[in-house]
Design a protein around this ligand. Structure first.
Ligand code: SAH
Length: 397
């Protein structure tokens, strides 16, 4: 018999709105002895059946819903979810000419704790929840049913797995070990992805739409691309005929790939048109300011500063600092393209931080455009937490 959990009275409300999380304090009773990640039936206090979810005894999020209809959580279930995800991305894949995209965006695609990125014929899985881990082999079989002849690699080397009682793990789940360079294409730009050693699953697919939007600001401009990783925005800037692009990052392997990417696309990077600078952006911005070095466009795409609510205040200071410095090194009329991928910081707060940075920089700043995560990272109406990446184009006078 399937184990079951019963909710405290009133706690069914979010599930009735199809939000997929059950918190530990919302549970009044557990029936049976569900193992880590095992599927349980979820009932309201009055015995009304609500959903099927994965049990996670170590996490504050004690259960994550797989399905709000009575169905087995098996290969057929996963195949359906994968096909739905592919269907809702089909027009985007064609529109942007994608050979690399996010196939499954976890809760937003009805598969809590499961992220899957497709890079050419490699599928890269990041499994963050006990339920995802429990069904790993079924998921692999389902992936092979939908994507025959694909290789599957796991990049579950993320510390949040601890909260679910899981250790970090990476490795081949099916087929071949990814080579050092798997080349994908987006919007006509080729990008080399190192699946095994790169950040996350290898590449920041979520900034694709913003990279494309950045093109219109860069023609004949001096561009500083902060936190460049493997080139991302810098490659689009070269495509958009920037006069010069300085890519700055602390990761030398990322910078090496950035240079390789520029060559791969046959962009003209002679005469230092593209520079790949190993530097701490916080220090570099101060140096430029103190030297009086100016740019026409500054791109500011830092890593996540806030992992938890406790870190939010510190994160706000960090965002304000780098954005203030960016404004100070912009020529009058210059453009700041700035982003925050901290989900805990909402768009209104980020806008406030940019406003505070403008005060400290003593510059007049106008918001002219807003950005969000690329279209293959959708937000389900029932799960607003899925919206995490926001950005602004600002004109700085
Ligand atoms: N803009 C990129 C993604 C940036 S990810 C894209 O579109 O693909 C964040 C990057 O910040 C990582 O490459 C990381 O190496 C770099 N980083 C983190 N701290 C840094 C620091 N203090 N100075 C410079 N780079 C840093």
């Amino acid at each position: 018999m399937t184990a079951a959990i019963y909710l405290v009275k009133g706690r069914e409300k979010s599930l009735l709105r199809k939000h997929p999380w059950v918190f530990s304090r919302g549970i009044s009773k557990v029936e049976g002895e569900p193992a880590l990640g095992e599927t349980v039936d979820i009932f309201a206090h009055n015995g009304k059946w609500l959903a099927k979810g994965a049990y996670s005894p170590h996490s504050q999020i004690r259960a994550r819903v797989w399905s709000f209809v009575k169905q087995p959580i098996d290969q057929t279930f996963f195949v359906e979810r994968l096909k739905d995800a592919l269907l809702l991305r089909q027009d985007i894949i064609e529109r942007d000419g994608l050979t690399g995209f996010r196939l499954i965006a976890a809760e937003s695609d009805g598969l809590p704790g499961i992220t899957i990125d497709k890079y050419d014929n490699f599928l890269v899985c990041q499994l963050l929840s006990a339920g995802a881990e429990f069904h790993k082999q079924t998921l692999v079989s389902a992936l092979l049913e939908v994507f025959p002849d694909h290789n599957i690699y796991e990049r579950s080397d993320v510390s949040v797995r601890k909260k679910e009682g899981l250790s970090e793990t990476t490795g081949v789940l099916h087929g071949e070990l990814p080579p050092k360079s798997v080349v994908i294409e987006e919007n006509g730009v080729k990008i080399s992805v190192d699946i095994v050693n790169g950040h996350k699953t290898g590449f920041y697919l979520d900034q694709r739409d913003s990279r494309q939007q950045a093109i219109k600001y860069v023609k004949d401009k001096e561009v500083l691309n902060c936190f460049s990783y493997t080139g991302g925005f810098g490659l689009y800037a070269l495509k958009g005929d920037a006069k010069r692009v300085i890519n700055a990052d602390v990761s030398q392997p990322a910078l090496d790939t950035a240079k390789y990417n520029a060559e791969l696309n046959q962009f003209d990077i002679s005469k230092k048109r593209a520079v790949f600078l190993n530097a701490d952006v916080f220090k570099l911005l101060r140096e430029y300011r103190d030297q009086g070095t100016k740019f026409d466009v500054v791109i500011m795409d830092p890593p996540k500063f806030a992992e938890s609510k406790a870190q939010l205040n510190g994160a706000c200071r960090g965002y304000k600092d780098i954005n203030m410095l960016a404004m100070q090194i912009l020529n009058p009329g210059g453009t700041l393209l700035t982003y925050s991928c901290s989900g805990l910081m909402d768009q209104a707060l980020f806008q406030k931080i940019i406003a505070d940075a403008a005060v400290d920089a003593e510059r007049q700043v106008k918001f002219v455009e807003r950005f969000e995560q690329a279209a293959d990272h959708p937000t389900d109406t029932a799960y607003p937490e899925g919206f995490y990446l926001k950005g602004f184009a600002c004109k700085v006078l």
